[in-house]
Design a protein around this ligand. Structure first.
Ligand code: CA
Ligand code: CA
Length: 199
């Protein structure tokens, strides 16, 4: 076999091994479905912590639960999520890495919340988002945001969806205020009276 062909084959083998090692080091066994492992409420919203999964699987489960992966609106919500769900676990006592509902997979460089809420508050780590997971000196695009393990401040990082994280689901449990319900019932009663008069 020609020398250049051997070198090219070796490069392919090295890159493939690098991807495998990288995924194994980060504990990336894929889950078919993300199950609920914890729950809490904050600010009138229900939150669930999902077991390790891809961002896509976690968001699909979040929709099934009636919400989306979490929309972090401000520093108080960031603190709640990291302190409640970002606890140290595992052999090396790493902080859990948490999927949140932010991504730029639809439009590179334009980060949007899965909930559709406008992007205001951010907590990017230094140099993030960088859209680059280096494998054998080449970048794999990073389009999905997680709260990293670098400390309780929980800086955000864009990450490739080949890695599993714990998904944080947020469901808006808001119910109409009593006054709203009262006004609605009064309106329906008036409509019914008028309908009877018109018969
Ligand atoms: Ca990206
Ligand atoms: Ca990144």
């Amino acid at each position: 076999m020609a020398t250049w062909k051997v070198r090219r084959l070796m490069r392919v083998i090295v890159r493939t091994l690098a991807v495998c090692v990288s995924m194994c080091l980060l504990g990336t066994a894929r889950n078919a479905a993300a199950s609920i492992i914890d729950a809490a409420t904050f600010g009138g919203h229900q939150y669930y912590l999902l077991d390790l999964s891809s961002w896509g699987d976690a968001e699909a489960e979040a929709v099934t639960l009636g919400g989306h992966l979490a929309t972090i609106d401000d520093a108080s919500e960031q603190a709640f999520v990291t302190e409640r769900f970002g606890v140290a676990t595992g052999l090396f006592a790493l902080h859990q890495t948490l999927w949140i509902g932010l991504s730029d997979h639809l439009d590179e460089g334009v980060f949007r919340w899965a909930s559709g809420a406008p992007l205001g508050y951010t907590n990017w780590g230094a140099g993030e988002p960088n859209d680059c997971h280096l494998v054998a000196r080449e970048c794999i695009s990073e389009d999905f945001v997680h709260i990293g393990w670098w400390g309780p401040e929980g800086p955000w990082n864009d990450l490739a969806d080949v890695f599993d994280n714990y998904g944080v689901v947020e469901v808006d449990n808001a119910v109409p205020e009593p006054t709203t319900l009262a006004m609605l019932s009064l309106g329906l009663a008036a409509f019914a009276r008028r309908a009877r008069r018109d018969d």
